[in-house]
Design a protein around this ligand. Sequence first.
Ligand code: URA
Length: 216
Amino acid sequence: MSYTSSQVIVLPQTKQLQAMLTIIRDKNTQRADFIFYSDRIIRILVEEGLNHLPVVEKIVTTPTGKEFKGIDFQGRICGVSIMRAGESMEQGLRDVCRSVRIGKILIQRDEETALPKLYYAKFPPDIASRYCLLLDPMLATGGSAIKAIETLIEYGVPEERILFLNLIACPEGIKAVVDKFPTMKIVTAGIDQGLDDKLYINPGLGDFGCRYFGTD
Ligand code: URA
């Protein structure tokens, strides 16, 4: 697979992160803990994602009367969650970015063609001028992500302003996405072995949306 570490950013595998990933992978983890630790990981993903946005120099004066040469964020952002599982990542984005605008996109497999089909998209009207944090916890085949990215590009968002945040990715999904979109970035907490015959990520954590939202 050919991609650079500046295109696919894997969170530093600290002991805290490894322990949290272990908890959410465990099939015996109760839902409250699943939500709590997923939310903690999502928060780290969002913080890391924001590190890849541009900044400009900013000089401030401190209470001691001295100048401090620092930086300021440049550019505006918005979140776009891929329904339904991606909605679990919205609060983590709001916790870090006050009043952030969040669009939504619903993609499902078309029963006739078996291809991912766009059913619903609602974005901030000025999305084309924003950096987009695309939210989906699992990058499996990449089918939904590709459709979502194509839709953002149709709405005028330059590919290089899209950052895709997810908890667990796999080589098949990463390859599908980066082959098609070589200038966007993926930020993930871990890359697993691959997909099984039911297209679940292995070892993975099962169905993220069902475990997070408590459905079958
Ligand atoms: N979506 C999930 O929730 N889990 C997987 O393993 C793959 C896609």
